[in-house]
Ligand binder design. Sequence first.
Ligand code: SF4
Length: 432
Amino acid sequence: MSGNKDAGLPGIFCALAWLHRFTNAQGQIQVCCSSEEWDNNIRDADGAPMNIVQGRADEEILNSGFMKDVRRQMLAGRWPSFCQRCLVTEKTGGSSRRNQENDHFRAEIPALLAETEEDGTISARVRSADYRLGNICNLACRMCNPSSSAIWIRTWAPNDGGRTAALEAEAGIRYDWYRDPAVMEKLKKQAATLRHLHFAGGEPLIVPEMIDLLRYCVDEGFSSAIELTYNTNITKIPQALKDLWPRFRAVRLFCSVDAFGELNELIRHPSSWKTIDRNLRDLDRNFDAYGLKEVLVMTTVQVYNVLRLRELYDYLFENMTRVSQLPNLVDLHYPAYYSTQILPPDLKKSALRGLSTLLDATNERIKKGLIRPDCAGAVETLKSSIRFLELADHPEEIPKFARQVEGMDAISGRSFYRLVPELARLREFIDG
Ligand code: SF4
């Protein structure tokens, strides 16, 4: 029983292997999104990866030989090869996705275990589903990629570091699987047993098929049992969603915002800060009316914003009452040339100084009770960004960073170094 923090559960039991369905932007059916960096494709009897357009029933997917084997491994205390992220998180003392999902579905676990047959067969009722609705997005964020945003290709193709070429090598992959009426019929069938439904993209809030599915859940009386969650860029919130959301058990939004004002517009091109500000204030004001339970601001920490996080912290603190008052920081790992770890020693020192000052100021606000207790936990993500910055040095990536900035600035007509002049000397590395 390696690394099992879930007392009382057999082996390394993970509820997701019993009750979850995950489909990525390309329609590939995989075990969960936390294992995407490894080969986590659910395979058929011939060893071929399954795809949602094949129209397989949940029963066939969850009771495939592949999934039965995953469950047997877990019950025997052996980590499946693709569960590395949870394994490492637990080994280093952290709380893994497995731990969190087991907590979330704790009440259902005894029944899940009782119904599991010797060979791993289960009754295959999906309670939790995660659908990445293709690569339709209205933004082309600098650190994003063609698989997540179709307009990224049109926007940055002349200066994309080979990322479009990588996508073209995958020609034939369908990103519009959710537009197939037969696929949507399958999703509707699944809705009767769902307790959690997550959407990401692309940008899920602008996908009409998602809204149609929600309408179906309301009309059929399933919605009051379902919690909805989204990763969204919060640039467009259709009125239809504001009307539908209150009919669901709960709605949580994870809003990607990387900086305050013009710097956010530069990173998350071509967003308008005025729109994002208006939408965040709208969510804050109408939190209960829209059926919201949680609105988190998720911030990807990268070279572009690491020296300007203070402005975003102040904005949320000064303006939000129901939306999170602290951003949840997530460190960027890829593309490596945008990672904060590329900074040369003196700039890294000044970034660390800035983050430490921000940490002290945030702790002070928490101590004085000025930040809501339910938001205060996000301070841990600031500590983790400090640790990440200290963890490794990758100055060899600076020339790539300098070239990317120059190319993207030229295409967008914006100047990064005008907004963050402290980093302007990174330009000198361009021929490195
Ligand atoms: S143990 Fe972690 S990686 Fe493996 S299926 Fe569960 S959540 Fe996914």
